[in-house]
Each structure stands twice: as structure tokens, then as C-alpha cells.
Ligand binder design. Structure first.
Ligand code: G4P
Length: 548
């Protein structure tokens, strides 16, 4: 019989290990874990829906939002997202396409939630950058791009909404090239735009995908136009129009470097796709690009060594914790990116740092499709681990070895506020609430050296509202925030411990500690920060802090 028919016990230990090794290798090769970065309104939700639809994960477009509505009913703080019409919760959606397992990380789009978004990006191997053809590169896209650049995350560009009047495709390519300092390689080229849109060219396969305007016979919302090749393109467009579009496309291709997968994977070049998420034009081509070009799970740096995804032993890091998903239970879900090995339900994992061991009996897997509960997950996958607060953002979990993954940063808060309690008897409760919510990684809590008031740091104004509303709803404590005399904060480190001590003593009024006890310098103004920076050259001021 074949090896597959043998019982585990029939095989020697080395044979079992070898077989497990090759299974992990195959699974890793067939995985793509990616996120979408965009400015609000560029079309991320619409594109997500259509990617899932293409991947067979959902049957009808609209379900991503519908599901969101159901989720919103669950707890009070989610009312804010309902009122504001934004999405605060982020999840992972897994689907299969052409034999490849795709993990799409959903990053909250609202700019106020950037820290959470930033950290979600640390769990992605690549990104799709969605740009609105009429608006070009917008503020939030640029910010998120910069986070991707920190790690040279490969980016595929999707220029969306070409069914509307937009900037010329040439100008859009130029803008990406110059604003992001990236080489752009046109992969799909639009034939017209807005009212004049006729379809898209796929020069590699010499195909043309016609665009059927909505309302026309073929242009139903779920129909996908058949692609044309050879003579049929000219028949469809007419010789003159075809000549004009071909000329444009050739011009674009001559003016750009040819696509080079190595350059793309190194983060230096972005392949550019034009399309319309709403009209399903170019979505299939985009998904094909992910499957063909996007990198499989990467090696992950740890403090002591680099961990390869194909190693048989399980390891992973937590990039997000969501507390109180169910208002009736004080439970949390830690989202862990698996960095190596094959995870099995019921496996025991060791938490670096505390050394505690956790049995993972009820992992949450994120297949967007109705299917049987899965028992296994591989490097590149995300699993949700329910727990009671033992697991924190930045934590490493391993099967055996003591490892600490690096590179999951805290970001310097852009808004600092003092927390004021309406009922001073509840100080202890409030502290617990603040710390617990900080563990989710959305807000930061600082304890100043001098004075009794806690300071919270957030990346955007809306987070303060979320924070107050959650403290009220989940802990029954009324707080409000008042201005703190600080504008910005930096983590401080120095090679020379004595120098750091001198610095801290000289600035006691500015010093605080974060929830891990790490020293933080809070500056009253950017000017003060600049001045201090210059005066203390041996102290390193960092806008991010990596959990170690
Ligand atoms: P976001 O998640 O990035 O914020 O964007 P979302 O998908 O919600 O899209 C924002 C708006 O842009 C939506 O319109 C959506 O229908 C529209 N849109 C997305 N892709 C395309 C496209 O390819 N072409 C055109 N013409 N429009 C597109 P809305 O009216 O704000 O919302 P809705 O009421 O349609 O949901």
C-alpha cells in the first residue's frame, strides 16, 4: 500500500517527521496571507466582497456588510461604528482560489484606528493597495504604505473605479512612481475610462475583457464578461478604437520597466492593475496575480534566530487581541499568526515570557465559507485563541522552543489625555479597565512618575470615544478625558544604563512608564522633543517600541 494508507504507528519516528515536513512545505507553498491598504471610500469593502465571491467563499455580494451588521448588534461600543458608519472590528477571511489558500486580513479602514491597522500589517506577507482612480494616492494610503515599506512588504496596486471619470492612467502611474518611490509595471491596461470605458487589456495573454455598462443586457451585477482574443477584439472595439487603445497601452509599457517578480517581492516594484470592484472588472486578474506572484509565508525574525515557515514545530505571534467580543463574558480572542509548522486542535503552546502553557482546544479558524470546523492550520494562517487575558499583543507562542519574535511594534500615540474618574472610589477598577483595554493594543496607558492621573495615548480622536464608551459599557465606570500637558511621547533607551538613569532623573516631570514598565518620555511640544533629542545624543528616542 502507499504511505498514505499506513498508520502513524507503522512508521518510524523519522519517517513521520519527514512526512510532516513535506506536508508543511506543500501547505506553506500554497498559502498567501495579505491585507488591503487603502484610504476610506476607495472601495476596499467592495473589493473584499468580490474577492471572496470569486474565491467561492460567499455566494452573494453584500454579505460582508450584512455580517458586519449582525456583529454590530453584539455590544455597546460597536454602536459607535454603527453611528459613524465605520468598521472597528477587524478579522481574517480565508478562502481558496485555484488550489491556493488565501488569508485576507481585514484592516480597519478608519484613520483613527491606525495603530491596530499597523499591527495587523505585521501579520501580512503582502498587500493590495487600492487607489481610487479619481483621487490618486490619499493620506491614509500613504501612511499605510509607509508601514509596509518598513518591512519591504510587496505591494500589488489595484486602481479602482475606472468606470468613473478619473485621472489619466499615465498620471496615476507617475504619481505612484514618484510619491512612493516605486517602479510601476502596468499589467492590465484600461481601454478608456468613465463614460468611455470599453474594457481592459491583458497584454501578457493578448486578451481583452469588455465592460458592459450596467443596465445593458449583459451587464447584470453578477455577470462576468467573457474575454476576447485575436480578431474578436477588433470586432468588438472597431479598428480605429482598437488602434488608439493599443497605442496607449504600448506607450505605457515602453515607458515602464517590465514586471520582475524578484523586484516586486523585494518591495521595489509594484505591478499595476486597473479595474472596477463594483463592476467586477479586473477582479479575477487581480486574484490571479495574488496566486501567481504574491509571496508565500515568509521567514520570521526572532531575537535568537530566523524561523523558517517550513519548520515542523509550531510557533506564532499575537498581533491583535479583542476583548469582550461577547458582552456577557469577560473573554478575549487573541489573533495569532502562525509562523511555522502545523497547528492541530488541542495542541499545547507555551507563552514566551511567562512560560505558561495553554491548551488550545477551541481555536477559531476563519473560513468565510460554510464548511466543517477545521482541525489544522499551517504557517501563514491566522487562528483565534479564546483566553481570559493571559495572552497579549506581541506575545510569542511556541510548541517547544523558547523564542521571542521581534517586529510587532507599539506606535507613539499622537494624542495624549489625562483620565479623570467621576467616582474616585473606582480608581482600582479603572486601572484594571485601562490596562485590560490597553492589552488589546488599541490604546496605550502611561503612568507618569509624578502625579496620580493616568495618561492614555491614542492615534486618533475617535479612539477616545471608543475607550470611554467601552469603559462605561464593559466596566460600568464613568470616565472623561482632559487635556494632558503633553503633545507627544517617545520610548527611551540607551546603551549606557547610567546615561539613561541620568536622563530620567533630569526629566522626572516628563517621565512615565508604559504598561510593561518601559520608560517613556512625554514632551510638552515637538519643539521640546527636538531640543531634548539634540541635548542627549546618547539616548535613543523611539516612536515605536517592539515587544521583547
Ligand atoms: P471602503 O471600504 O474603501 O471605504 O469603500 P467601499 O467599498 O465601501 O466603497 C465606497 C463607495 O465606492 C461605495 O459607494 C461603493 O459602492 C463605491 N465603489 C466601490 N468600487 C467602485 C467601483 O469600481 N466603481 C464605482 N463607480 N463605485 C465603486 P457608496 O455609494 O458610498 O456606498 P454603497 O451605498 O454603494 O454601499
Amino acid at each position: 500500500g502507499s504511505a498514505a494508507n499506513l498508520q502513524e504507528s507503522d512508521l518510524s519516528t523519522t519517517e513521520t517527521a519527514a512526512r510532516a515536513g513535506s506536508e508543511v512545505e506543500t501547505e506553506v507553498r500554497n498559502r498567501r496571507t495579505f491585507a488591503i491598504i487603502s484610504h476610506p471610500d476607495a472601495g476596499k469593502t467592495t473589493l473584499t466582497e468580490n474577492l471572496l465571491l470569486k474565491g467561492g467563499a460567499i455566494r452573494l455580494a453584500g454579505q460582508v456588510k450584512a455580517r458586519g451588521d449582525k456583529r454590530r448588534a453584539r455590544s455597546d461600543w460597536m454602536k459607535i461604528e454603527q453611528d459613524r458608519g465605520i468598521s472597528v472590528t477587524s478579522a481574517v477571511m480565508t478562502f481558496e482560489y485555484k488550489g491556493i489558500t488565501c488569508n485576507l486580513l481585514d484592516t480597519p479602514g478608519h484613520e483613527d484606528f491606525s495603530e491596530d491597522t499597523y499591527r495587523t500589517l505585521t501579520a501580512a506577507d503582502s498587500a493590495i493597495m487600492v487607489i481610487d482612480a479619481a483621487k490618486g494616492i490619499e493620506a491614509q494610503t500613504l501612511k499605510l504604505f509607509e508601514v509596509c515599506r518598513l518591512r519591504d512588504v510587496p505591494i500589488i496596486t489595484f486602481i479602482n473605479k475606472i468606470d468613473r471619470e478619473g485621472v489619466s492612467p499615465f498620471d496615476l502611474m507617475d504619481e505612484i512612481g514618484s510619491k512612493l518611490a516605486l517602479d510601476t509595471a502596468p499589467m492590465i491596461w484600461p481601454a478608456g475610462m468613465g463614460g468611455l470605458l470599453r474594457g481592459i487589456f491583458d497584454p501578457e495573454n493578448d486578451r481583452f475583457i469588455p465592460y458592459e455598462k450596467p443596465g445593458t443586457e449583459k451587464g447584470g451585477p453578477d455577470s462576468e464578461p467573457e474575454s476576447l482574443s485575436g480578431e474578436r477584439i477588433a470586432d468588438y472595439l472597431g479598428a480605429d478604437e482598437l488602434a488608439t487603445f493599443r497605442e496607449e497601452m504600448e506607450l505605457a509599457r515602453e515607458g515602464s520597466p517590465t514586471f520582475d517578480i524578484e523586484q516586486y517581492r523585494a518591495g521595489h516594484m509594484t505591478p499595476v492593475y486597473f479595474g472596477s470592484a463594483l463592476r467586477k472588472l479586473g477582479v479575477r486578474e487581480l486574484l490571479d496575480a495574488i496566486v501567481r506572484f504574491a509571496p508565500p509565508p515568509r521567514a520570521q525574525p526572532a531575537a535568537t534566530r530566523i524561523v523558517e515557515p517550513t519548520e515542523p514545530k509550531v510557533s506564532g505571534f499575537v498581533f491583535k487581541v479583542q476583548a469582550n467580543m461577547d458582552a456577557n463574558h469577560r473573554d478575549r480572542v487573541a489573533f495569532m499568526r502562525i509562523c511555522s509548522g502545523k497547528f492541530k486542535r488541542g495542541m499545547r503552546l507555551k507563552l514566551s515570557g511567562s512560560g505558561k502553557t495553554i491548551g488550545v482546544h477551541n481555536p477559531i479558524l476563519f473560513f468565510a465559507q460554510d464548511r466543517e470546523l477545521l482541525d489544522d492550520a499551517f504557517a501563514g494562517d491566522i487562528i483565534g485563541i479564546p483566553n481570559h487575558g493571559t495572552i497579549r499583543v506581541g506575545d510569542t507562542l511556541t510548541e517547544t522552543e523558547d523564542l521571542v519574535f521581534t517586529g510587532i511594534p507599539n506606535f507613539a500615540p499622537e494624542i495624549l489625555r489625562r483620565v479623570r474618574l467621576d467616582d474616585p472610589m473606582k480608581a482600582k477598577h479603572m486601572r484594571r479597565a485601562l490596562e485590560s483595554l490597553a492589552e488589546e493594543g488599541v490604546t496605550q496607558v502611561f503612568k507618569p512618575e509624578i502625579g496620580a492621573n493616568w495618561v492614555v495615548g491614542v492615534v486618533g480622536q475617535l479612539q477616545l470615544e471608543v475607550l470611554a464608551s467601552r469603559i462605561a459599557a464593559e466596566y460600568d465606570i464613568k470616565v472623561h478625558f482632559e487635556p494632558a500637558p503633553y503633545e507627544t511621547a517617545r520610548w527611551v533607551v540607551a546603551e549606557d544604563a547610567a546615561e539613561l538613569k541620568r536622563f530620567m532623573e533630569a526629566h522626572r516631570g516628563n517621565m512615565a512608564t508604559d504598561r510593561d514598565g518601559a520608560p517613556v518620555f512625554m514632551a510638552k511640544s515637538n519643539w521640546e522633543l527636538g531640543y531634548t533629542l539634540e541635548k542627549w545624543p546618547k539616548v535613543k528616542f523611539s516612536a515605536t517600541r517592539e515587544r521583547a
